[in-house]
Ligand binder design. Structure first.
Ligand code: NAG
Ligand code: NAG
Ligand code: NAG
Ligand code: NAG
Ligand code: NAG
Ligand code: NAG
Length: 396
C-alpha cells in the first residue's frame, strides 16, 4: 500500500479529524460516522425507489417511503426487537429498553447491513448465540452503551465495524473473537478490560483489523499479540506504565498511537521508530526523558508530563537534508520546563509549524499536610522539592 492510499484509508476509518485532535469538531457531525459510504457509488436503493414491491414495516417502527430500506425504531421505549422484514438494510433501534438479543426477529433479515442497537440494556446472558449469525450482509454493528459483559459470539464473518464502547466487558474470549476475522474497526473503549482479559492470542486472529480502540479500560500493560494489519491503536485512559523494547515490531504499519492518560514514566529510546508513524499522543503521562522521534511523525503530544527540559538532540540523532524529519506540531504545555526550547529544534525538524509551549506546571509543592496534623514546620530552605536542576549551586 503506498502512502496516499493509506491516508485515504485512515480518513475513511476514523474521519478526517484524526490528526488534529485539538482543532476539530467542526466536521465531526457530518463525517465521523459511515464516512466510507459517502464515497461509494449511490446505493441501489436510491435508484429503484419507485419500483413496485410489497414493502413491510414493523408496526412499532417507521420506514420512510422515500427510503424504504431503512427502519427507524429508535427512542420508542421498546423492550424487544420487532420482526424485521426481509428487505430492510438499515435498522435504527438505538435508545430503547431492549435487554435480549433473540434470533427470532432476525429470522428473515438477511439484507441487513447496519444495525444501531446502542443505548439499550442488552445483557450477555440474554444474547442468543444464533441471533445475528445468519445475517450474511451485515457490515456495521453498533452496540455501545449496553450492559454486555462479553463480545457477542457467532457474529457474521462479513462484519467490518463493531462498536462495543461503554459496556461491561472484562475479557475477550477466543470463541467470540475468532469469528471477527473481517472486522477492520473495533471499538472497545470504556469497558472493564484487564491485562488478563486480553492475554494470549485473542486479537492476533483478527487479520483485517486496522483500528482498535481500548481507551478507558483497566489495562496495566500493552496488549499482546496485536495483528500486523493494525494502523491505529488507541489506549488512552488506562494505567499502562511501560512499553517493552521492540514492542511495535509486530505492528510495523502503525500510523497513529494514542496513549494519553496513562502512567508511562519512561519509554525505550527507539521504541517508536516506525516508518509510518504520523501521530503520537503521550499527553498526561509522567515522562521526563526525550526519545527518538521517527522521520514520518507529524504530530507529537507531550503535554502534561514531567519534562524539566526537552533534549532536542536526543529526539533527532542525525540531520539528513534529503530525507528531513516531517514533524510539524509539538505540544509540550503543562510540563516543568524552565526555559525556551533549544533553537536546534528548527534544524532538526525543518517542517515545524507549531510548538505549543503554553503554561508550565507550578513547581512541585511539599507534600500536603493532613488536616489533623500540626501546622508545617518552617522550611529550612526556600527551595522547593521539584527544583532539582538548580539545586546544586546558587549561581544562575
Ligand atoms: C453538516 O450537515 C448539516 C445538515 O445536513 C449542514 O447544515 C451542515 O452545514 C454540515 N456541516 C458541515 C461542516 O459540513
Ligand atoms: C419470515 O418470513 C416468513 C415467510 O414470509 C413469515 O411467515 C415469517 O412470519 C417471517 N418471520 C419474521 C420474524 O419476520
Ligand atoms: C447510533 O445511535 C446513537 C444514539 O442515537 C448515536 O449517538 C450514534 O451516532 C448512532 N451510530 C451510528 C453509527 O449511526
Ligand atoms: C480520558 O479521561 C479524561 C478524564 O476522565 C477525559 O476527559 C478524556 O476525554 C478521556 N479521553 C479519552 C480519549 O477517552
Ligand atoms: C529507525 O529505523 C530505520 C529503518 O528501520 C533505521 O534505518 C534507523 O537506523 C532507525 N533509527 C534508530 C535511531 O534506531
Ligand atoms: C542531551 O542528551 C545527550 C545524550 O544523553 C547529552 O549528551 C546532552 O548533554 C543532553 N543535552 C542537554 C541540553 O541536556
Amino acid at each position: 500500500m503506498d502512502l496516499p492510499n493509506r491516508w485515504l484509508l485512515l480518513a475513511l476509518l476514523v474521519g478526517v479529524n484524526v490528526l488534529c485532535q485539538d482543532y476539530d469538531d467542526a466536521y465531526e457531525s457530518n463525517y465521523s460516522e459511515n464516512d466510507a459510504e459517502v464515497l461509494l457509488p449511490p446505493p441501489l436503493e436510491y435508484m429503484d425507489i419507485y419500483a413496485p414491491y410489497p414493502l413491510g414495516c414493523a408496526p412499532e417502527c417507521f420506514c420512510p417511503p422515500s427510503y424504504p430500506y431503512a427502519m427507524y425504531c429508535n427512542n420508542r421505549k421498546l423492550r424487544a426487537i420487532p420482526a424485521i422484514p426481509r428487505h430492510i438494510r438499515h435498522l435504527y433501534i438505538q435508545s430503547n429498553d431492549i435487554e435480549a438479543l433473540a434470533a427470532e426477529p432476525f429470522a428473515n433479515a438477511t439484507s441487513l447491513t447496519d444495525i444501531n442497537l446502542s443505548h439499550n440494556s442488552l445483557k450477555s446472558p440474554l444474547v442468543d448465540r444464533k441471533a445475528l449469525a445468519k445475517l450474511k450482509s451485515l457490515l456495521h454493528l453498533h452496540l455501545d452503551y449496553n450492559q454486555l459483559e462479553e463480545v457477542p459470539p457467532s457474529l457474521p464473518k462479513t462484519l467490518h465495524r463493531l462498536s462495543l464502547g461503554f459496556n461491561k466487558i472484562s475479557k475477550l474470549s477466543v470463541d467470540a473473537m475468532q469469528g471477527l476475522a473481517g472486522v477492520a474497526v473495533l471499538d472497545l473503549c470504556n469497558n472493564r478490560l484487564t491485562d488478563a482479559g486480553i492475554k494470549g492470542k485473542v486479537l492476533s486472529g483478527m487479520k483485517s483489523l486496522m483500528q482498535i480502540s481500548m481507551c478507558g479500560n483497566r489495562l496495566k500493560s500493552m496488549p499482546s499479540e496485536l495483528p500486523a494489519s493494525l494502523i491505529l491503536l488507541s489506549l488512552d485512559n488506562n494505567s499502562i506504565s511501560s512499553i517493552p523494547e521492540g514492542y511495535f515490531k509486530k505492528t510495523p504499519n502503525l500510523l497513529s498511537l494514542r496513549m494519553s492518560y496513562n502512567k508511562l514514566k519512561a519509554v525505550p529510546y527507539k521504541v517508536f521508530n516506525l516508518s509510518s508513524l504520523t501521530e503520537l499522543n503521550l499527553g498526561h503521562n509522567q515522562l521526563s526523558r526525550a526519545f527518538y522521534v521517527p522521520r514520518a511523525l507529524q504530530h507529537l503530544y507531550l503535554n502534561d508530563n514531567e519534562f524539566l527540559n526537552l533534549n532536542v538532540s536526543l529526539m533527532c540523532s542525525s540531520l539528513d537534508q534529503d530525507n528531513p524529519n516531517l514533524l510539524t506540531y509539538i505540544r509540550i504545555d503543562n510540563n516543568r520546563l524552565k526555559r525556551a526550547i533549544d533553537y536546534y529544534i528548527y534544524a532538526c525538524f525543518p517542517r515545524i509549524q507549531t510548538i505549543f509551549y503554553g503554561e508550565q506546571k507550578a513547581e512541585k509543592k511539599p507534600p500536603p499536610t493532613t488536616k489533623k496534623g500540626p501546622p508545617p514546620p518552617k522550611k529550612a530552605s526556600p527551595r522547593l522539592k521539584g527544583d532539582k536542576e538548580n539545586n546544586d549551586g546558587d549561581a544562575e
